[in-house]
Write a protein that binds this ligand. Structure first.
Ligand code: ZN
Length: 391
């Protein structure tokens, strides 16, 4: 029987907490790392129903996708609904662990499970994790300032490889420009063509350092308008982590068929599945994002998806996607949006993480009983077609 600390370590290997978004709250919410763990329940939401289920079946640990305490709290008194859940868990001897955005971006992660349920193949991240994208910065600076700029860019995260840092490639040449009226040039005068000995600096940086490096460049570069380019590098290893996935169906299907298929393969909810687009549209490339993925709809279109499956799609996002293609033959057929229950879009990950954890602990020589909650915690419980018959 593993300790809670061993279970947490196994989950952290698959869903590194360092991958979580800055605003997120992942990891252990309550529980003693030395406690022995025999039974684990997996659920999307840490709510009354799943906490009671965990206690009813004798779980020592409840693993949820959504955080219980996302906002800062000053206490967990049982008079507060969330504090009451913490009390129930602690007095019932059950720990709570959250794997949220760290599980979203993992490979395989939450959206891989959604894509797998739908039957997509050749999956790639829809929005690759910036830390897996590499960028080459090319900047031009008066030669006298080249060393100082390389130093500053390196301090911001450019030019680091393995045991080496401050790696840069430099070449000197000549830059020329003419300051126009209103300019405040560091070198030269308004209206006069200037020639300056400049150094071309090339440095590679991880995508996650992009903003810091560009800010450092603008801060340090002597010119009012520094000249620089950023190139995304085509690495031999394609990024695997990131938000959402895009892949292909085994064979093209009509949109209406895909909508029915999505409704059939996801766990049932009252709110069901709704979609935009003409039912006869042929679909072969599909993007998905477990949870609220409205922000990635445009990315799905640019990536060449015929349809995009996600949850919590808002009126304005959907309307804008539909309107963007209206009356433009070159943008037909428009990206079809398929809106599913937030809970249902993330539930397919639960059996995956449960089995993965069980197998990982078994390799280490310990066994646990894993169980997936089937309680529907989608808060929408009723649906009535609005036919306007009395309006
Ligand atoms: Zn979610």
């Amino acid at each position: 029987m593993p300790t809670l600390a061993e279970v947490v370590a196994a989950l952290d290997r698959a869903y590194d907490p360092a991958w979580a978004a800055d605003w997120d709250a992942v990891g252990l919410v309550c529980g003693d790392p030395d406690a022995q763990i025999d039974k684990i329940l997996f659920a999307v939401d840490p709510v009354h129903a799943t906490v009671e289920e965990a206690l009813d079946v004798g779980s020592d640990l409840l693993v949820t996708h959504h955080p219980l305490l996302l906002e800062g709290v000053h206490g967990v008194a049982a008079t507060d609904p969330k504090g009451r859940l913490v009390h129930r868990l602690i007095t019932g001897g059950c720990a709570l662990l959250v794997a949220h955005t760290n599980a979203d971006v993992a490979s395989p992660g939450v959206s891989d499970a959604l894509a797998g349920a739908i039957g997509l193949r050749e999956l790639q991240p829809l929005a690759p994790d910036p830390s897996e994208v590499w960028i080459k910065l090319v900047a031009f600076v008066p030669t006298s300032g080249a060393d100082a700029l390389v130093h500053t860019l390196a301090a911001a995260g450019a030019g680091a490889f393995g045991a080496y840092d401050r790696c840069a490639w430099l070449m000197t040449g000549e830059g020329t420009f003419r300051p126009r009226h209103g300019a405040n040039p560091t070198i030269g005068a308004v209206g006069t063509v200037e020639r300056v000995g400049e150094t071309r600096i090339e440095m590679v940086l991880p995508g996650a350092r992009r903003e810091a490096v560009v800010a450092a460049l603008r801060r340090t570069h002597p010119y009012e308008e520094p000249a620089f380019d950023l190139f995304r590098l085509d690495r031999s290893v394609a990024p695997t982590r990131g938000t959402g996935r895009i892949g292909r169906l085994d064979a093209p299907v009509r949109l209406a068929e895909l909508v029915r298929h999505v409704a059939a393969v996801l766990p049932g909810t009252a709110a069901g599945v709704r979609a935009t687009g003409a039912p006869d549209t042929v679909v072969s490339t599909v993007a998905v994002c477990g949870g609220s993925g409205g922000a990635y709809a445009e990315l799905a279109r640019e990536a060449g998806a015929d349809a995009y499956v996600t949850a919590d799609l808002r009126h304005h996002i959907v309307s804008e996607v539909v309107e963007r293609s209206a009356g433009k033959p070159e943008l037909q057929p428009p990206l079809a949006l398929i809106d599913v229950s937030h809970w249902a879009s993330e539930w397919p990950w639960l059996p995956v993480v449960a089995e993965r954890l069980r197998a990982d602990l078994a390799i280490g020589g310990t066994t646990v009983d894993v169980r997936v909650s089937e309680i529907v915690t989608d808060p929408w419980t009723q649906l009535s077609p609005a036919d306007g018959s009395q309006s």
